[in-house]
Design a protein around this ligand. Structure first.
Ligand code: P70
Length: 477
């Protein structure tokens, strides 16, 4: 397939430092084979996350200079509020410094112990904020959404039958709201269809339960609706977004994704009583309601970013760039989750490294090798992140060991993506050389952030390069 070229030109550049394999070997070793502990300036292509890593536009930077840093009533807040109202259609707009605070405000206010919040798949911070209230987070994605190889245009859909069952079993009084995550990050960045949103809305209405969105990647989701869902080809992505949110009662958003900023978020909702409660908590933990933990200039950048992200030339390039990386890998026989989602390509590490058992962290072994050999940072979403011991002290592993290559917005060129593809393909050819890992330190919770590991067996020899040098001086072992 042909993919659109960059619909922008580059006005500011950030030089990358040359780093040798020896330096990387030392950095990853000192980091205890934990990619979170590696200094970012030793990385060539950083695909750890698409969150807070976007390049802002000249228009956003110009907006930064128009920041009004008044404690109360900043003009940038009113601009931000009007843009959020226009796109999302919700009356009340509460700024926060990032997505998890939006979630915290919402769930600390409206959620009670013992209640349950269903979603397609809750993102980790959403789940943690729900569980922190002594409540339960239920993942009700369609079955195809859990199968890495099932082909479905909207693998992020929430199963309305599962929702109906949950609401009937638990009673609507125990479900303060239903949430839909667009796109479904934890399921591979897969989109949700408008038909599904309507079906979920109907179930919610029958039971009298409000519907909220986790809107982090709403523009990417709406672009997929335009491209894949019948009846939407002639609608603009902005119109599609308005329709999507019109089926709900509110949303939380980390603007660090489709807000095209490095920091920011919000809650938007129609319920005035909830708004008052959220606002009281906001003042306690984030700041005055017209800045919510952000500078006036940051609010201006979000306001402008939310408009820019709906530009369809941008979206065609964005979704195309991710799809292209997926296509290059798939054609070379690298096992990836299909169809490719909106913001990332996920490698199936169990299939990639068939000789490394799950107890030896195949995903993390791949992450370490990608960094050591090519200077690429990916993130493990598998047995290191989700594995734990059960009550009997036995290891429990997740079904999948994935490695996520998340693509920052407007940051890397297509040539960077080719370099990533060639590197992964080269590693795939040499996969027998990779060894499993074992833990030498693990924290009791969220162990992947601080874990330390070591290689099982002798240190691996360098993998020959992919014939497409990255920005490095290679010296071979
Ligand atoms: C990511 C980051 C954040 C996120 C999200 C959804 C659907 C809420 C939030 C929280 C987190 C991450 C993961 C690995 C490495 C670095 C960062 N997702 N809802 O990359 O938003 O971070 O602003 O509090 O995806 O997926 P916030």
């Amino acid at each position: 397939m042909r993919f659109p070229a960059e619909p922008f030109r580059i006005k500011v550049v950030e030089m990358l430092r040359r780093v040798t394999r020896e330096e990387r070997e030392q950095a990853i070793r000192e980091a205890g084979l934990n990619i979170f502990a590696v200094p970012a300036d030793t990385i060539y292509v950083d695909l750890l996350t698409d969150s807070g890593t976007a390049a802002m536009s000249d228009n956003q930077w110009a907006g930064i200079m128009l920041g009004d840093e008044s404690y109360a009533g900043s003009r940038n807040f009113f601009h931000f509020q009007s843009v959020v109202r226009e796109i999302f259609g919700y009356e009340h707009v509460i700024p926060t410094h990032q997505g998890r605070v939006a979630e915290n405000l919402l769930f600390s206010t409206i959620l009670k112990r013992g209640q349950v919040v269903p979603s397609n798949i809750h993102f980790d911070t959403t789940r943690a904020n729900i569980e922190h209230q002594g409540a339960e987070a239920a993942d009700l994605v369609i079955d195809e959404g859990l199968d890495p190889y099932a082909l479905h245009s909207f693998k992020g859909n929430l199963d309305p039958a599962k929702l109906e069952r949950l609401l009937t079993d638990r009673g609507a009084a125990n479900v303060p709201l239903v949430m839909i995550t667009v796109t479904n990050n934890s399921g591979g960045g897969q989109p949700v269809s408008m038909a599904n949103v309507r079906a979920v809305r109907q179930v919610c209405e029958r039971h009298g339960v409000p519907l909220f969105f986790d809107a982090c990647r709403f523009a990417e989701n709406c672009y997929f609706v335009q491209q894949r869902e019948s009846g939407y080809a002639n609608k603009s992505v902005t119109e599609i977004a308005r329709e999507l949110f019109s089926h709900g009662d509110g949303c939380t958003m980390s603007a660090k994704k489709d807000g095209l900023v490095n920091m920011g978020g919000f809650v938007a909702l129609n319920n005035a009583e909830w708004t008052q409660q959220l606002t009281n908590l906001l003042i306690l933990i984030e700041g005055f309601p017209t800045y919510g933990g952000l500078a006036g200039r940051d609010l201006e950048a979000v306001a402008r970013g939310l408009r820019e992200v709906l530009n369809e030339d941008y979206l065609a390039f964005r979704i195309g760039q991710v799809a292209q990386l997926g296509e290059l890998l798939e054609h070379a026989g690298v096992p990836i989750v299909v169809p490719v989602g909106g913001h990332a390509v996920y490698i199936d590490a169990r299939r990639f490294l068939e000789h490394v058992p799950q107890s030896q962290f195949p995903g993390q072994a791949l992450v370490v090798a990608l960094y050591r050999e090519f200077g690429i940072r990916a993130v493990e979403v598998g047995s290191l992140m989700f594995g734990h011991k059960d009550a009997g002290g036995r290891d429990v592993f997740p079904q999948l060991d994935l490695v996520r290559l998340a693509i920052p917005r407007r940051v890397y060129t297509t040539e960077h993506m080719r370099f990533v593809a060639d590197s992964v393909i080269q590693l795939h050819r040499e996969r027998e050389k990779l060894r499993g890992l074992r833990l030498t330190y693990e924290a009791p919770v969220l162990r992947h952030f601080t874990a330390r590991l070591e290689e099982i067996g002798p240190a691996p020899a360098a993998v020959p390069d992919a014939g497409r040098p990255g920005h490095e001086l290679r010296s071979r072992a």
